[in-house]
Write a protein that binds this ligand. Structure first.
Ligand code: F6P
Length: 536
């Protein structure tokens, strides 16, 4: 049944090649209404995608045949959906209101979540009220958040999206083992007024442990042993935090059923909760929870994560499009594409299914992007006239968080105009008429007109937030989390492991030993030559 549903989707997409997206609006008068929806305060318009309403229904049949509802229910019930690591993936439990009843692999987890949340809240309020002071009796004015990958992207994005223009507490992030990253983050900070929050699920990650050691030395050199009281650990590995020397009462834990890239809702969000305030953090959780409820309860044909995933699958598998752009027309969301690179490509960039068999069809697209309008002056030439058609998610925020209303109107106009231009284009005949009206000679028109022509027919999804608030941001991130899950289910892969990041890490350990004077290892000639060059 699933195979037949895929064949139907592929056939529908094949037929879609012979018609234009914009032609569908006259053929389907209720198209905009039928392909737009609201979910947890977000508005989605999927009408500029290449599917007809009948194709959308074929895609929904694929979702049904793929058992999306049953898979979703297993996911929420805490089944071991991450089989290769023998774990549930239950980030939804982290954002449920207190008193929920989630179980991860049959073990109750909600009471533990509530306890950590209460401890976080007490800590946040103590720091912010001045009840908790630094070793020399001063208030904390800055936080250095050390973590990488899922222990960095989410908090960094949340801070950037929601930070006050003039924050009472300055929050800086360090991820890279590049010494410059750490040096820049610490520059100008007073250790007596700085809290260092080291975030690592495993607490063994090379980059994070290296940077945590540097930060601890920095604290100790200014404050002596008392400086250790300024270092907080966030981890799912209490043995490792203890081995690092962090006392248990300075550790905030989370369950191993929280995947790194899904962890911002846990104590991984601690530094944001301090710097933004507890209410903001709770707002973020509540928005994500609202999206969870929508995903769980909305029928498939009105289910935002499901439809967003299906539109993507129509492009990715039906039309063979390997790349997708994500462009938020909101400077505060400029890190969203980076966040989604990990969320989507680490989750779904897999070549074998959850049983180790080669996948039947292409999985994750390459995701790239940055803030609009900036990218209009970077890669939009190719988006409009390149040889590849690159579907795009365009995001916009109706009301600006700050600044000039006139600028916001210009920003929104550009967001809408780009989606329109990509789809509608500008036919060669219109360009020719324009040039002729300017009095251009025929030979020049023949040369220039094709260069100024926009064929259009380039798909986009449009996501509109009313305002960028903690709840709307929470809902947006949860929307993409569930979209990624739906895709993973239909592709038959485990979206919650990441074996592909391991090989490079272990080779780096071997090469590091050589760079530090160890005996040369067995390498291919190119690698051996690079190692030798770096040693001289
Ligand atoms: O990038 C690989 C990865 O394993 C991610 O999945 C994870 O988010 C990141 O490293 C950091 O891991 P940790 O939180 O254990 O330091």
């Amino acid at each position: 049944m699933l195979k037949a549903a895929w064949s139907k989707l592929e056939a529908a997409a094949h037929a879609a090649r012979d018609r234009r997206i914009d032609s569908l609006f006259s053929a389907e008068p209720d198209r905009v209404a039928a392909l737009s929806l609201e979910a947890a305060g977000l508005y989605l318009d999927l009408s500029k995608q290449p599917w007809s309403l009948a194709d959308r229904d074929v895609a929904l049949d694929l979702a049904r045949a793929g058992g999306i509802e049953a898979a979703r229910d297993r996911h929420f019930a805490g089944a071991v959906v991450n089989a290769s690591e023998g774990r549930a993936a239950l980030h939804m439990a982290l954002r449920a209101p207190p008193g929920a009843d989630f179980k991860a692999d049959s073990e109750p987890v909600s009471a533990g979540i509530d306890a950590v949340r209460a401890a976080m809240r007490a800590f946040v309020q103590a720091v912010n009220s001045g009840a908790k002071l630094g070793a020399t009796g001063k208030r904390f004015r800055s936080i250095v958040h050390i973590g990488i990958g899922g222990s960095d992207f989410g908090p960094r994005l949340v801070w950037d999206a929601l930070r006050p223009v003039e924050p009472a507490i300055e929050l800086r992030f360090v991820a890279n083992v590049d010494p410059a990253d750490m040096a820049l983050a610490l520059a100008g900070l007073d250790p007596a007024q700085t809290l260092v929050v080291v975030v690592s699920k495993t607490f063994t990650t090379l980059e994070t442990i290296t940077n945590a050691q540097i930060a601890r030395t920095w604290l100790r050199s200014a404050l002596g042993k008392a400086g250790d009281g300024h270092l907080i650990a966030v981890s799912a590995a209490p043995k490792e935090t203890a081995a690092f020397g962090v006392p248990d009462d300075q550790v905030f834990g989370f369950g191993d059923w929280v995947g790194g890239r899904y962890s911002v809702w846990s104590s991984v969000g601690l530094s944001c909760a301090i710097a933004l305030g507890w209410q903001a953090f709770e707002g973020l959780l509540s928005g994500a929870h609202a999206m969870d409820r929508h995903f769980q309860t909305a029928p498939l044909q009105a289910n935002a994560p499901v439809l967003l995933a299906l539109a993507h699958i129509f492009n990715r598998n039906g039309l063979g499009r390997p790349v997708r752009a994500v462009v938020p027309y909101a400077q505060r969301l400029h890190l969203l594409p980076t966040f989604l690179q990990q969320l989507e490509m680490e989750s779904n960039g897999k070549q074998v299914d959850a049983h180790g068999r080669p996948v039947a069809r292409a999985t994750s697209a390459t995701v790239f992007g940055d803030a609009g309008t900036n990218v209009q002056h970077a890669f939009f030439q190719m988006m409009h006239q390149g040889t590849d058609i690159i579907p795009i998610d365009i995001l916009a925020v109706r009301r600006a968080s700050e600044g000039e209303a006139a600028s916001q109107a210009k920003l929104l106009a550009n967001a809408v105009a780009q989606a329109q231009a990509l789809m509608v284009g500008k036919p060669e005949a219109a360009v020719r008429a324009e040039l002729a009206a300017q009095g251009m000679a025929q030979a020049a028109i023949d040369e220039l007109a094709p260069q100024k022509t926009f064929h259009g027919d380039r798909p986009s999804s449009f996501i509109l937030l009313d305002a960028l608030t903690p709840p709307s941001l929470g809902a947006l991130l949860a929307l993409y989390e569930h979209k990624t899950f739906v895709e993973g289910v239909l592709w038959g892969i485990n979206s919650f492991d990441q074996w592909g990041v391991e090989l490079g890490k272990s080779l780096a350990v071997t090469i590091l030993k050589e760079l530090e004077g160890g005996a040369p290892g067995a390498h291919d000639p190119s690698t051996a030559s690079l190692v030798a060059r770096l040693k001289t």
